[in-house]
Design a protein around this ligand. Structure first.
Ligand SMILES: Cc1cc2nc3c(=O)[nH]c(=O)nc-3n(C[C@H](O)[C@H](O)[C@H](O)COP(=O)(O)OP(=O)(O)OC[C@H]3O[C@@H](n4cnc5c(N)ncnc54)[C@H](O)[C@@H]3O)c2cc1C
Length: 479
């Protein structure tokens, strides 16, 4: 039902955008963004049609770069094969706006204390600012600003739900396949909520849980959905381009861009990797393919991976979080708040915008959309997506606000090099699946990437640590 309504509203939004939106030079199409990103962060090396290495690393995202760098400093001959024409993977700074590097993937360093990513940002002078999640102007469905009391009531209800979920969780068996939504349905049966109380609660569920894990509560395991450890020290919003971390790590590494890996053949002695352009041979390979790509089956392993690993690939979920960057002639919103929240009657509809004006001085907002809502949005044209966000902003700030002068939209769910934004714990998945995903195969295949990180999945530092982990594992083996 919710989905039906949201689709209708979405289409209505498209119609209402009007023809007056001007497309500025800061508005990227997928094509020119790739080029901009390549010049900013690209590290193209001279092509060879094939080659040998001691270790091949598949993927020049943060995990692959970390693994390659660690291996190279241990004296290994390493070659990275990357399918895209840029490095960084889900760290992707779009530099097509002259005055602001927009991160299409990760934006925050989560927990800066003792975090190597924070150290690298400092080392390479990549600007960032402490981010205050509590500074939020929250608006109701009709566009009116909520009072502190109204906000407190929403979060009291949400806390009540969380306590209930925790109670149920404590009684679950280790192999429970119960989703958060199933437990929520039991709880909601016993409470009486008005329509506006329910939309307020849906807002809290969406922004506190579904944006965080990039999955609907129906897709999240009740037992393990909140898997992973948080780091301390607060979060930093990177404003100087997260891609700079990838560029720093990539320095002097042998990276072959545009090598789409199609097949990985392995036996007891060697690994052969076949790309769209060449064939490579190595003693070992570190596979950092995103979970979404492993799930797609687009890369063939021969012989196939053990059933335990294939089960882990099926069990762990791959979520979607997308961003919409909107640039305006000048800010018309609450410039002091870090975020703008909107309690839509349609769950998940532009519930949160980050106020870039506060952190960068740029008249721009970044809207977020996650899970089912994000997947649905990916099917629409740019104009439809922008129009649906403008509907929300006009409900809050009035019909007279200007059209955006430019926009950028991500579509991570359909990106063939990722098929999603980051991993999550689906019903039935557990830490054992992460262990299986990370487990080497036959002493030849090694696996890294955010989804293999037991403690810090779904993060940049988790991906980084996973690359170091596999490099060290290889370093312990006989050469
Ligand atoms: C919208 C969004 C917001 C996020 N926000 C944050 C945040 O604020 N903070 C945070 O810590 N994390 C965040 N994350 C998560 C973080 O970006 C990832 O966890 C991390 O970048 C993953 O790194 P990785 O090396 O594991 O994978 P990737 O970066 O995806 O690297 C894998 C590489 O493999 C390549 N590849 C894929 N298929 C092939 C193939 N067949 N052949 C050759 N190469 C291939 C890809 O192109 C890619 O370069 C966010 C992610 C997204 C998408």
């Amino acid at each position: 039902m919710t989905k039906e309504i949201s689709r209708r509203q979405f289409l209505k939004g498209a119609f209402m955008l009007g023809a007056s939106i001007l497309v500025s030079g800061c508005t990227g199409t997928a094509k020119n963004l790739t080029v901009a990103s390549k010049t900013a962060d690209g590290n193209k090396k001279e092509e060879t049609s094939s080659g040998n290495a001691e270790v091949l690393v598949i993927g020049a995202g943060i995990a692959g770069l970390a693994a390659a760098r660690e291996l190279r400093s241990a004296g290994y001959k390493v070659v990275i094969l990357e399918g895209r024409d840029r490095i960084g993977g889900r760290l992707w700074t779009d530099r097509s706006c002259p005055d602001f590097p927009f991160d299409r993937g990760a934006s925050w360093i989560h927990g800066i204390r003792g975090n190597p990513i924070a150290d690298m940002a400092k080392h390479w002078n990549i600007a960032g600012v402490p981010f205050d999640y509590d500074s939020k102007a929250l608006y109701g469905s009709d566009g009116t600003l909520l009072s502190d009391e109204e906000i407190d009531r929403i979060y009291e209800r949400f806390d009540g739900l969380m306590t209930y979920l925790e109670d149920i969780r404590e009684g679950l068996e280790e192999d429970s396949r119960m989703s958060m939504k199933q437990a929520f349905d039991r709880w909601i049966d016993g409470v009486r909520l008005s329509e506006s109380e329910r939309t307020g609660l849906d807002y809290a569920i969406n922004t506190e849980i579904e944006h965080e894990y990039a999955a609907d509560i129906s897709e999240l395991s009740l037992l393990n959905g909140d898997w992973g450890r948080e780091r301390e020290g607060g979060d930093t919003l990177i404003t100087g381009g997260y891609g700079g971390i990838a560029a720093g790590l990539a320095e002097d590494l042998d990276i072959r861009l545009g090598h789409l890996v199609r097949r990985i053949e392995w036996d007891r002695n060697h690994v052969n990797v076949i790309t769209n352009r060449a064939r490579f041979r190595a003693d070992r390979v570190v596979v950092t393919l995103p979970l979404g790509v492993l799930k797609s089956g687009n890369v063939i392993f021969s012989p196939e991976l053990p059933e335990t690993k294939r089960r882990a690939i099926r069990n762990i979920g791959m979520g979607v979080l997308n961003k919409l960057y909107l640039r305006f002639p000048e800010p018309f919103w609450d410039e002091n708040s870090s975020m703008l929240g909107y309690i839509s009657q349609i769950k998940g509809e532009w519930a949160e915008f980050v106020n870039l004006a506060k952190y960068t001085g740029q008249p721009a907002l970044v809207g977020f959309s996650a899970a089912a809502n994000a997947r649905m949005m990916e099917k629409g044209s740019d104009e439809r997506v922008v129009a649906s966000a403008m509907d929300v902003l006009r409900t809050i700030y009035g019909e007279d606000i200007p059209d955006p002068t430019g926009w950028k939209i991500t579509r991570w769910g359909t990106d063939p090099f990722a098929y999603g934004s980051y991993s999550f714990m689906a019903p039935g998945a557990s830490g054992k699946d992460i262990e299986e995903l990370a487990r080497p195969v036959g002493g030849r295949l090694f696996f890294a990437g955010e989804a293999t990180s037991g403690e810090y999945a779904a993060t940049v530092h988790g991906a980084y640590f996973s690359g170091i982990r596999e490099a060290k594992r290889i370093g312990k083996l006989e050469r």
